[in-house]
Design a protein around this ligand. Structure first.
Ligand code: ATP
Length: 152
């Protein structure tokens, strides 16, 4: 897609209002007031954020938090849920293609297991990082890190 400067908090706000409307779940935006700007494809980065929020909706039942903040020369977007969490073993494979397929076959519902691998590929194409921290039973936090664009 076409690349441009993107206000990360605005991108998050748009995705949140769209997904909140569809799923009727409480999704809260929390910022540090830094209004970070990143460079990239708006539609692709929207896809990453949407995948992370979609998963948070799927795998938890309470409020979801989206944090947008600045950390030295990086912009951070975090999607935090308070759901079932992900085991350390699973954390190693969730960014791989089709990781879920076997599990999905034994379930009634669910996706293809492609969401996070797509999110990971888009992030890599933007020279960013996508990572997860999770405690079983407590929830998960996915962090997207992208280089900050100087606003001057
Ligand atoms: P889809 O392709 O529709 O997104 P999916 O959700 O199975 O299907 P991924 O988004 O790639 O695929 O996620 C892979 C796996 O990682 C999921 O099946 C799930 O086991 C685990 N997972 C992802 N996000 C979360 C989360 N927020 N909490 C708990 N488990 C998660």
């Amino acid at each position: 897609g076409k690349k441009e400067n993107i206000k990360l908090d605005e991108l998050a706000t748009d995705a949140i209002s769209r997904l909140q409307g569809v799923h009727g779940r409480d999704i809260r935006l929390i910022t540090d007031g830094s209004e970070p700007i990143v460079y990239g494809s708006k539609s692709q980065l929207d896809q990453v954020i949407s995948i992370l929020i979609d998963n948070a909706i799927k795998y938890s039942e309470t409020e979801i938090e989206v944090h947008v903040l600045q950390d030295s020369d990086m912009a951070l977007l975090q999607v935090r849920d308070f759901g079932q969490g992900i085991t350390e073993e699973e954390q190693k494979s969730i960014f791989d293609r089709f990781y879920r397929v076997d599990k999905a076959r034994s379930r009634d519902t669910g996706g293809t297991g492609l969401g996070l691998s797509i999110a990971h590929a888009i992030t890599a194409a933007h020279e960013g990082e996508l990572s997860v921290v999770s405690d079983q039973g407590l929830g998960s936090t996915f962090t997207l890190r992208l280089a900050l664009v100087n606003s001057e």
